[in-house]
Design a protein around this ligand. Structure first.
Ligand SMILES: NC(=O)c1ccc[n+]([C@@H]2O[C@H](COP(=O)([O-])OP(=O)(O)OC[C@H]3O[C@@H](n4cnc5c(N)ncnc54)[C@H](OP(=O)(O)O)[C@@H]3O)[C@@H](O)[C@H]2O)c1
Length: 303
């Protein structure tokens, strides 16, 4: 009997984690870690109810599971919430990452950490992996600090910087702007989107596959997981509306939203994905190809 490698997925009820859990192949014995309830049951997948902010609970989990790898998706990713609640943002985005990095260093587990395109200032795109971070809001500051912690693990760790992730939550949970947008369009309401913010959107299926590949292989350092297209949010929304069969007239260009307490957003955080294209078997895609994958998945669910 061959022993399977053990994989811990942190933040298992999240959007990106759902794609990882749904696509983890036979080579893995998967351990989903969440504060919430299990989303699916299947062979080779165990759920662990855990408050990840209590280090003793994670220490015990590592002792029980003995993971070969950890994919760390847990984060407070709402930019405005982070700005208004810096203690919570720091506890989850920085302190939890430090606890996991310490546990991975002590046990030899590989750590794949999800970071973000918004660590950059938005004025010098496209950014490659060596570009200098320039955070302009507190969320981005926490991610930069967490990246530095993870990077210190050297060959044992990967920082996966995700561009704007597009998709329907594979397991039905998590924070998806596309799901919210489709719900609004279905109700016949317009969707406002700004032309000011430029991204290299990547589909959630590709992100899940790439994170699993990074966890399984000898890759180390920073990887940009980003799509092949450089588009503003208005263009992204138009493409989504068209592919999901809604009138593009429902997409309205919006001046940059501003209200008291709204955190600053970087303008253009397009990522150069050449390294991922060269070193990963998982292909990075255009938004059209990513949307095709998402639509195919809706017709033929992964689970
Ligand atoms: N979605 C994007 O467009 C995007 C773009 C760039 C980077 N990222 C990064 O990718 C990762 C995954 O993002 P996502 O879109 O999947 O986010 P998500 O759907 O909001 O999921 C994040 C998960 O983090 C955990 N979490 C949230 N608040 C927490 C708290 N206060 N204490 C403990 N755990 C908490 C939750 O897991 P449980 O409920 O299971 O405990 C939650 O489901 C994040 O690190 C994010 O910063 C995402």
């Amino acid at each position: 009997m061959t022993t399977k490698k053990k994989l811990i997925v942190m933040g298992a009820n999240g959007f990106v984690a759902g794609s990882v859990l749904a696509q983890a192949g036979d080579e893995w014995e998967v351990h989903a870690v969440s504060r919430g309830n299990p989303l699916i049951r299947r062979d080779q997948l165990s759920w662990h109810a855990c408050d990840p902010l209590v280090p003793a609970q994670l220490t015990q989990l590592f002792q029980e599971v003995k993971p070969a790898a950890v994919i760390h998706t847990a984060a407070v990713a709402d930019i405005d919430f982070c700005q208004a609640h810096p203690e919570t943002a720091r506890a989850v985005n920085v302190d939890l990452t430090r606890t996991l990095a310490d546990l991975c260093r002590d046990t030899g587990a590989k750590l794949v950490f999800c970071s973000t395109d918004t660590i950059f200032d938005g004025e010098h795109a496209p950014y490659d992996e060596d570009a200098q971070p320039g955070p302009i809001n507190f969320y981005a500051e926490t991610k930069v600090e967490a990246e530095q912690i993870v990077t210190r693990l050297g060959a044992q760790a990967v920082v996966a910087r995700l561009s704007l992730v597009v998709g329907v939550p594979v397991l039905g949970a998590g924070n998806s702007f596309l799901a919210r947008m489709i719900a609004t369009l279905k109700s016949g309401q317009p969707v406002a989107a700004t032309e000011r913010e430029v991204r290299t959107p990547v589909d959630v299926i590709t992100v899940g596959r790439a994170l699993l590949e990074l966890a399984a292989g000898n890759h180390a350092g920073i990887f940009h997981l980003a799509g092949l297209d450089r588009l503003n949010r208005f263009e992204i929304a138009q493409k989504i509306a068209a592919r999901f069969g809604f009138s593009q007239k429902l997409i309205v260009a919006q001046a940059v939203a501003a209200w008291p307490g709204r955190a600053a957003r970087p303008r253009d955080v397009s990522l150069n994905n050449a390294k991922a294209c060269k070193q990963l078997k998982t292909p990075m895609r255009t938004l059209d190809d990513g949307l095709s994958l998402i639509l195919k998945m809706s017709e033929t669910p992964l689970l």
